[in-house]
Design a protein around this ligand. Structure first.
Ligand SMILES: [Mn+2]
Length: 332
């Protein structure tokens, strides 16, 4: 079945429903918030109601994409107060996995509302009544852009900018391996439709708080290199957060810092969680399949960018990842 069949089904479903609940994965990134924003704007055009919710607080630089701010599940809205009766369609963007939807997964399993999934990840739990999956897309924003064009729905400057945010952030501002001609064509088209790249860059990448800069300094100070600089391990502890005043979302993209070093083939960032475990982000230049490593340990993602939660202590978590990286590099 071709993707246009899925587009048709998605369009029919969206047309037939009036009260959309739109969400994305926990720790929302630019693709997640950009896609949520774009779909909220689409709903407006058709006088539908769209309620966005986030499953964890967004990073500071995503906050002014939305006005009023998007409620965060657990903080601004309790799961037991999320009334299924108010919605007739759930739209999930940029994930298709229960583990990426903490708390919301339970609600989803009991609700009878149709679910539309729009996603570009290979792995998924099949959450959707209708699913539009394109794992060749660099960002879910590209799929939504294709969907809007196919539906011949208006792409306003606000939608164009939201989708530009999605695509530009998921490609690391057009630096990652997933930056292909389609990405550049789409970016170009979205600029013509009103996206302002310079303003987006400033908002996304020149928007550190002093606390975030200090946290980065802490991380860079403790960096560990192995295998002649092919492997980099990076750490952020609870103490680092306390001493700098930074918070969890401030760590976004820090895992990519070490890729400035030419020898680096595999990188990991261990962020200590309140429960003593670690959120471990894995990156690769393509020579190590970090998706496989993450999946074996209960996580997921892409070949070059994945994540997994690991139990402490740090030494144990570190050895686990270092061993996997070394094994993968030996196999090359
Ligand atoms: Mn994405």
């Amino acid at each position: 079945m071709s993707i246009t069949d899925d587009f048709k089904k998605a369009i029919d479903l969206m047309n037939s429903k009036k009260n959309w609940l739109i969400t994305s994965h926990t720790r929302p990134d630019g693709d997640a918030v950009g896609c949520i924003k774009a779909l909220c704007e689409v709903a407006k055009q058709f006088s539908k109601s769209a309620q966005p919710i986030l499953l964890s607080p967004p990073a500071r630089w995503y906050k002014n994409i939305f006005s009023p701010p998007v409620p965060v599940l657990g903080n601004d809205i309790k799961i037991e107060n999320l009334q299924a009766a108010e919605y007739d369609l759930v739209i999930i963007v940029d994930t298709n996995s229960y583990v990426q939807l903490p708390e919301f997964d339970k609600w989803l399993k009991t609700s009878k509302i149709p679910v539309l999934v729009i996603d570009h990840h290979v792995t998924g739990d099949g959450l959707g009544t209708v699913e539009v999956i394109d794992d060749t897309a660099a960002a879910t924003g590209e799929i939504i852009y294709d969907l809007l064009k196919f539906a011949q729905w208006q792409i306003t400057p606000v939608i164009a900018e939201a989708l530009f945010i999605a695509i530009s952030t998921d490609t690391g501002w057009f630096r990652f391996d997933n930056t292909d001609s389609r990405v550049m064509r789409n970016a170009s088209a979205l600029i013509e439709l009103g996206a302002k790249p310079s303003a987006v860059y400033h908002q996304m990448f020149q928007n550190y708080s002093p606390e975030r800069l200090k946290l980065l300094a802490k991380m860079l100070n403790k960096i560990e290199l192995y295998q002649n600089g092919k492997i980099v391990l990076q750490f952020i502890s609870r103490a680092d957060f306390e001493e700098t005043g930074a918070t969890g979302p401030d760590t976004e993209d820090f895992v990519n810092e070490s890729q400035r070093v030419s020898t680096v083939e595999a990188a990991a960032l261990f962020v200590e969680l309140k429960d003593g475990g670690f959120r471990c982000s894995l990156r690769s230049n393509g020579s190590v399949d970090v998706q496989k490593i993450a999946k074996d340990l209960g996580g997921g993602g892409h070949k070059v960018a994945s994540g997994v939660n690991l139990k402490g202590p740090l030494e144990k978590a570190k050895k686990l990842i270092l061993d996997e990286f070394e094994k993968a590099l030996l196999k090359k």
